[in-house]
Design a protein around this ligand. Structure first.
Ligand code: ATP
Ligand code: LTN
Length: 338
């Protein structure tokens, strides 16, 4: 199929850490490369989202490159996808402003991620940018008229808001946006912290041992798996309520091998956690080792990364500018004389 006939996908990730973690990877990123077969794919480094909390500019710049390299190492193919940096495409900020005008304070205030983050940091230290973050995210998606948006469970509510805003704009100003769907893989929609298996694996985890980073040293990653918190029983069985830690490890095992959870349970019948954790720790080390090497090799050629991101931004802009033109027109802005 020629690319213009394929349905579109857009997703984004913030370059807000030195490495992506297993939550990002299994929850979202892993879905990105296979979607290149059937969709016209746009993958974005959300640097403008990353400045909504306190940050260091030099670190942001470096993390943007490291993030681009990790996406390519994970299988995003710049020949088949537009891989780009959000701030290279000014239409994102421009559309976000228009959408600000049709978003209610109340509906923005109901976003649970904002509520969680602001209650953690104290409401006074939270920026207006963090509050309007989901509106920028809606702009990201709607500019490309994306059909599907592959993300983890924690982004579902933001996608609901995106859908609401698309419908509202279409209703008030005429059909303009496509109403997108969240693409969430149930089994891996939420990966939990290894030290606190009731909390989601997150960059801002309380203990660094709670998350496997894709750029972790393989030995360190293996050790984190061996010392993951499991309950006091000894049966390798999937039971999210009673055995949250083991269940999380089973999810990771299944995702890494493509085997079903039931099949893995069967292999470990009559064995204790030890053998299971050792086997998983080896799988994890075998995954992060080559992944880190691929990423570091890509980072050795910054000029090539710059070239890839430039081509991606050009491709993205050619689509985004058309949508924005239509939006400005529908919004009643006077067109500049030619
Ligand atoms: P964090 O909480 O680690 O700071 P985040 O959700 O704020 O992460 P991103 O790095 O932008 O920010 O997330 C990128 C993608 O990873 C999103 O699609 C998100 O849903 C997904 N994701 C993040 N954590 C997890 C998790 N623990 N399980 C499943 N998916 C996750
Ligand atoms: N807010 C998202 C990252 C993100 C995104 C997007 C995801 C920014 N823009 C557009 C999908 C579509 C997060 O994962 N924290």
């Amino acid at each position: 199929m020629p690319p213009e006939q394929k349905p579109r996908v857009l997703s984004g990730i913030q370059p807000s850490a030195d490495s992506f973690h297993f939550g990002n990877y299994f929850g979202a990123l892993r879905q990105w490369p296979p979607m290149q077969d059937d969709f016209d794919t746009f993958y974005m480094l959300a640097d403008m989202h990353a400045i909504t909390v306190e940050y260091d500019p030099a670190a942001l710049r470096e993390r943007t490159y490291v993030s681009a390299a990790q996406l390519i190492a994970a299988g995003v193919d710049p020949e088949r996808s537009a891989l780009f940096v959000q701030s290279h495409v000014p239409e994102h900020a421009q559309l976000a402003w228009v959408l600000n005008g049709i978003t209610g304070m109340g509906e923005a205030g109901r976003m649970t991620q904002f509520k969680d983050k602001s209650s953690k940091n104290g409401a006074d230290s939270v920026s207006v940018g963090l509050f309007t973050y989901p509106i920028l995210m809606a702009a990201d998606v709607l500019l490309y008229r994306a059909d599907q948006v592959p993300v983890g469970e924690d982004q579902r509510q933001h996608l609901e808001l995106t859908r609401d805003l698309a419908q509202r704009f279409n209703h008030r100003f005429g059909e303009t946006f496509l109403v997108p769907e969240a693409f969430i893989v149930k089994e891996t929609a939420k990966i939990y912290d290894l030290q606190d298996p009731t909390a989601k694996m997150s960059k801002s985890a309380s203990s660094p041992n709670g998350l496997i980073e894709l750029l972790d040293d393989p030995k360190k990653a293996a050790k984190k798996i061996r010392s993951a918190v499991t309950d006091s029983g000894d049966e390798v069985r999937f039971d999210e309520k009673e055995k949250a830690g083991v269940s999380n490890l089973l999810t990771i095992y299944s995702a890494l091998t493509g085997r079903t959870v039931a099949d893995i349970e069967r292999e470990y019948v009559g064995q204790q956690y030890g053998a299971f954790k050792v086997a998983l720790s080896e799988l994890v080390a075998d995954f992060v080792g080559p992944f880190g090497e691929r990423t570091r090799a890509l980072l050795d050629d910054r000029a090539e990364l710059d070239r890839i991101l430039k081509a991606g931004a050009e491709q993205a802009r050619s689509v985004a500018s058309q949508t924005l033109d239509l939006v400005y027109d529908r919004s009643g802005f006077v067109r500049q004389a030619l």
